[in-house]
Design a protein around this ligand. Structure first.
Ligand SMILES: NC(=O)c1ccc[n+]([C@@H]2O[C@H](COP(=O)([O-])OP(=O)(O)OC[C@H]3O[C@@H](n4cnc5c(N)ncnc54)[C@H](O)[C@@H]3O)[C@@H](O)[C@H]2O)c1
Length: 264
């Protein structure tokens, strides 16, 4: 009997932004099911720390996903040192240092920063991923990280919401273009995840309000979202492509959503 239900044992997975937060949680879960992991992060020290902490073979690489040349170098390193990947997670994203605020005041330069980190970074990394996944001839899986903010109105977070909506659309388009190569492209859209980024942005009061609004009654940890990512990266979902799976504890099902800016 095949006990490697995920089909990832001894195979290679790449995770961008794997140095902390959700990305780190994804690296840890992939390693727990036996995958070799390439941890890509703009902070090379964080990437190295995570790689060293994993129980399987792993490498940490300093990469800014906004720069194709850096992604190309990292991809070549992954192929040479670990082998061809079968899973690639594009987790880098966020507010890019742009403060929440009324959309009517959103500056074009701030919008560009958020789009560059979330959309350009994901597009360039998908291009690298497709080249690398195609190398095995058997295809593989890409999982992009979106956000509930990209699927609903996002008061005071217009740039972030628009950027994550673009990542969702990109996911569908790439899924169709690369289905013939058996490369599946899906996305996970979390609401609020407890990570270093959200800890900086969310007050205790705001956190308590979020908790009250989540039907399942808890705020997700990186491992909760990583489980959904793993499912989409694994053979278990081999017939699923172009989907954005919401992982939000039921928040998006409720009608009484807080009419305030939400982080995530
Ligand atoms: N935390 C939440 O509540 C939440 C909710 C929904 C979606 N998300 C999404 O989940 C993803 C991870 O969020 P997080 O909260 O773990 O973020 P985080 O800021 O805690 O971690 C992001 C990681 O990415 C790295 N990074 C940043 N810019 C980079 C770049 N240009 N190139 C390579 N690496 C870079 C950082 O060094 C860091 O290690 C993001 O796409 C975010 O939008 C987060």
């Amino acid at each position: 009997m095949n006990t490697d239900l995920f089909g990832l044992a001894g195979r290679v997975a790449v995770v961008t932004g794997g140095g902390q937060g959700l990305g780190r949680g994804i690296c840890e879960l992939f390693a727990a099911v036996g995958a070799k992991v390439a941890v890509l992060d703009i902070d090379a020290d964080l990437a190295d720390d995570v790689a060293r902490s994993l129980p399987t073979e792993a490498i940490g690489l300093g990469v800014d996903v906004r720069h194709k040349a850096e992604l190309d170098d990292a991809t070549a390193d992954v192929l040479r040192r670990l082998g061809a990947p079968v899973a690639w997670v594009n987790n880098v994203g966020g507010l890019a240092g742009v403060a929440a605020g009324p959309t009517i005041e959103l500056a074009a330069g701030d919008l560009a920063l958020v789009l560059e980190l979330n959309v350009t970074g994901t597009l360039l990394a998908c291009q690298s991923a497709i080249g690398a996944l195609a190398a095995t001839g058997e295809g593989g899986a890409i999982v992009n990280i979106c956000s509930l903010q990209g699927m609903k109105g996002s008061p005071h977070l217009a740039a972030y919401g628009a950027a994550k909506a673009a990542v969702a659309q990109l996911t569908q388009t790439l899924a169709l273009e690369h289905a013939p190569q058996h490369i599946r492209v899906n996305a996970v859209a979390p609401s609020f995840v407890e990570t270093p980024a959200s800890a900086l942005l969310v007050s205790d009061e705001r956190r308590a309000a979020s908790l009250r609004s989540i039907p399942l009654g808890f705020i997700s940890q990186p491992a909760d979202i990583a489980g959904t990512v793993l499912a989409l990266a694994s053979d278990l979902t081999r017939f699923v492509t172009g989907q954005v799976i919401i992982a939000d504890g039921g928040l998006s099902l409720t009608t009484a959503r807080p009419h305030r800016a939400q982080i995530g």
